[in-house]
Design a binder for this molecule. Structure first.
Ligand code: AMP
Length: 553
């Protein structure tokens, strides 16, 4: 299928502001797309180069794109930067440059969707010495073969900022509309197999029946069930007829997939962290007694000197670490607290109550003290007993409690109010850095403040600003952060820059206020940086800010 068919749709989507119309445009494209290219079209239309469930990263920043454009067009970097400053969109710059260059030359070959995607995916495999050069060569070759409009969208796709306003919700609705299927069925299938490309293919080939058959697969991460915040322990206890209280640990939610001797580990953001945690793999081999299973737990970092849990911030260094793993294991040992059994020996437990799932889990675990344990739990409705348990959790350095409805089934991807989190109030927020302002005077070479944003809905890619972080960071921290953020600049206007929302920070604050100044409608008063959240691709949702706003004293 020709890439130009996709770019025509991109252009229509870009011009169309309405969500319903956008859904219709995308669904028309999906209908006419041949089955075998459908996954690729869906991926590209979502502005992605890889499905969510993978660890591949493309890593192209504006700077590298500018260099690739000089190679493709023969224009100087200065000329390209001048154009870039006018619109802040390298896609438009690419289109204009290719347009003026192409007037005299004939197009060589027609680009296909497969070719464009394959080449963009190759970018992630280029690592090590000389990889920057090779990446620029590959991008410029693609640009040389493209028509002007294709150059616009190839550039934006490589930068992972397609700007056509197609969020995940639109992709879901377009699949539903194109193949005449209920949206909920599309979404439910996606929770179990989080790849809309695959889901679209199944919807087209097998319809709703096919989607209903989508099931968990060992080795494929799914979207986990989530909890909601509860203002008080008392309210949480009153919510359910029967509940199990558990310590809430401050670690990494871990999906453990076991098949024979093979163990795979995933985070709740679907990242494969098996290589980073060989110690956990070993513990799972020793402590889980079953042939095949998918179970869940929280992996917590431990201070080797005190044997106490360490904050997530410190553990997160292990999540990112790709080398010197042995050293890091010694510095930051871990302990896993298991709490749920999702699938055991080919039997799925999704529709079973938590009571049943927990029993199943208990049957198959050989605890290893201090290493692999079941989560601390207590079945009670008694407030006094619950309060004692809560205090104990906090005293032992944990975050608080999870109060779980013991009769509820497991609902992937949902905050359905069957699990409630109870933590001391004004819990910090995880927010994305979406922009920054250059400092003034002697600080003019670094960013002096950072714009923070939440996301509109779970897994959405719509970012809404909610505050500006300026204090609480030393000059050194700003310098360090500037280095890290510079590669993410998307647009620069005056003293402000817009950034790719890749850096997620944990932010404390004194109060949440209503505000018209920020897109979210809320402003954080006195935000301060607590730390970085490298294992999170997505920040908190707007709903969480709304909830915290209502809960604050
Ligand atoms: P939050 O990140 O505040 O939305 O809290 C939800 C997270 O709490 C989950 O994703 C888990 O990683 C974590 N968690 C810690 N302890 C538990 C537990 N006992 N049961 C379920 N989730 C837990």
């Amino acid at each position: 299928m020709k890439y130009s068919i996709l770019t025509e749709t991109y252009e229509r989507l870009e011009k169309e502001p309405g969500k319903l119309k956008k859904t219709e445009i995308l669904s028309e494209l999906l209908k006419k797309t041949p089955n075998e290219v459908l996954p690729k079209v869906v991926l590209l239309a979502s502005g992605k180069i890889f499905p969510e469930s993978g660890s591949e990263k493309v890593g192209i920043a504006a700077k590298m794109m500018i260099k690739s454009l000089t190679r493709a067009t023969g224009l100087s970097e200065k000329e390209i930067i001048k154009e870039f400053k006018k619109t802040g969109d390298l896609g438009m710059v690419a289109e204009n440059c290719i347009q003026s260059k192409k007037q005299s030359s004939l197009f060589k070959k027609e680009l296909t969707i497969g070719l464009v995607l394959d080449n963009l995916q190759k970018l992630s495999q280029m690592e090590g010495k000389g990889s920057q050069e090779r990446k620029m060569d590959l991008i410029s070759q693609l640009l040389v073969s493209s028509k002007p409009k294709e150059a616009r969208y190839i550039t934006r796709t490589a930068l992972e900022t397609l700007r056509i306003g197609v969020a995940e919700g639109i992709v879901r609705d377009a699949i539903a509309q194109a193949f005449n299927i209920d949206k909920k069925s599309v979404e439910n299938a996606w929770f179990l197999n989080p790849d809309y490309g695959e889901i679209a293919r199944i919807a087209k080939e097998k319809g709703e029946k096919g989607l209903k058959k989508v099931s968990l697969k060992i080795g494929k991460p799914y979207i986990v069930m989530l909890g909601e915040s509860s203002p008080t322990l008392k309210e949480a206890l009153e919510k359910y007829e029967e509940c199990m209280l558990e310590y809430k640990y401050d670690g990494v939610r871990t999906e453990i997939h076991k098949k024979g001797d093979k163990i795979l580990l995933f985070t709740r953001r679907l990242e494969d962290i098996t290589d980073q945690f060989p110690d956990l793999v070993e513990l799972c081999k020793q402590g889980i007694k079953c042939e095949e299973c998918i179970i869940e737990g929280e992996t917590v970092g431990i201070d080797p000197k005190t044997n106490q849990p360490i904050p997530f911030q410190q553990l997160s260094r292990r999540v990112q670490r790709k080398y010197d793993i042995k050293e890091t294991i010694k510095k930051i040992p871990i302990r896993v607290y298991l709490f749920d059994a999702i699938q055991v020996n080919r039997k799925t437990f999704l529709d079973e109550s938590y009571k049943v799932r927990r029993k199943e889990l208990e049957k198959m675990i050989n605890p290893i003290k201090g290493k692999l344990e079941l989560s601390h739990s207590l079945i009670t409705k008694d407030l006094k007993e619950a309060e004692e348990f809560y205090k104990k959790s906090l005293k032992e350095g944990q975050e608080g409690l999870m109060v779980k409805n013991i009769n509820a089934k497991y609902q992937p991807g949902r905050r359905v109010g069957q699990w409630l989190k109870v933590k001391p109030v004004l819990e910090p927020l995880d927010l994305a850095i979406v922009g920054a302002e250059w400092g003034t005077g002697k600080r003019s070479k670094w960013f002096g403040s950072l714009f923070l944003a939440c996301i509109k809905k779970p897994y959405s890619n719509e970012y809404l600003t909610c505050g500006k972080l300026g204090t609480g960071l030393s000059d050194e921290q700003f310098q360090e952060l500037t280095k890290q953020l510079k590669g993410l600049i998307l647009e620069e206007k005056g003293t402000e820059v817009r950034l790719k929302p890749e850096v997620i920070v944990e932010v404390g604050y004194e109060e949440i206020q209503k505000s018209t100044k920020y897109e979210s409608g809320y402003a954080l008063r006195f935000p301060r940086l607590i730390g970085f959240k490298p294992d999170r691709k997505l920040p908190n949702e707007l709903q969480k800010i709304e909830k915290l706003f209502k809960q604050q004293p």
